[in-house]
Design a protein. Structure first.
Length: 133
């Protein structure tokens, strides 16, 4: 979700738009965000929690159905400021569908951990079942 301060309304992107990687779409979105037309909303405790985890030596990775580019735009331009310094890496569905256990195995391998060493937080129950299998 992105909030537009110019229009004081939320803008939600459909899965089709989130997956678009066309240069025109990303360039337009990037320009709008950089010009402060849009900023992403995060829960009030997100910035402090990410900072605490980072200072405590924990690593944070994002796995989203939104593209890596979109993740970086949103976390880099949040209403809490630039949060990218607290995030160690980004994954999107190029690694595989969130409903396939193999996707989580591939991420674990790429970050050098065993799946049982990862704390996985999600709002998608099907993804949780895939991670646990």
């Amino acid at each position: 979700m992105v909030r537009s301060p110019l229009y004081n309304q939320e803008v939600r992107f459909s899965p089709t738009v989130k997956c678009m990687k066309g240069p025109q779409v990303l360039t337009s979105l990037l320009n709008q965000i950089r010009n402060y037309y849009f900023y992403s909303s995060v829960y009030p405790d997100v910035a402090d929690t990410l900072k605490q985890w980072s200072e405590g030596g924990r690593k944070v990775y994002i796995y989203s159905s939104g593209s890596v580019e979109a993740q970086k735009l949103l976390f880099g331009n949040s209403e809490a400021g630039d949060l990218l310094g607290f995030i160690n890496g980004h994954f999107d569905t190029a690694v595989g569908p969130k409903t396939n256990a193999e996707s989580y195995t591939a991420i674990a391998k790429e970050i050098g951990l065993e799946p049982n060493e990862i704390l996985f937080l999600t709002d998608v129950v099907k993804g949780l079942h895939s991670f646990l299998s």
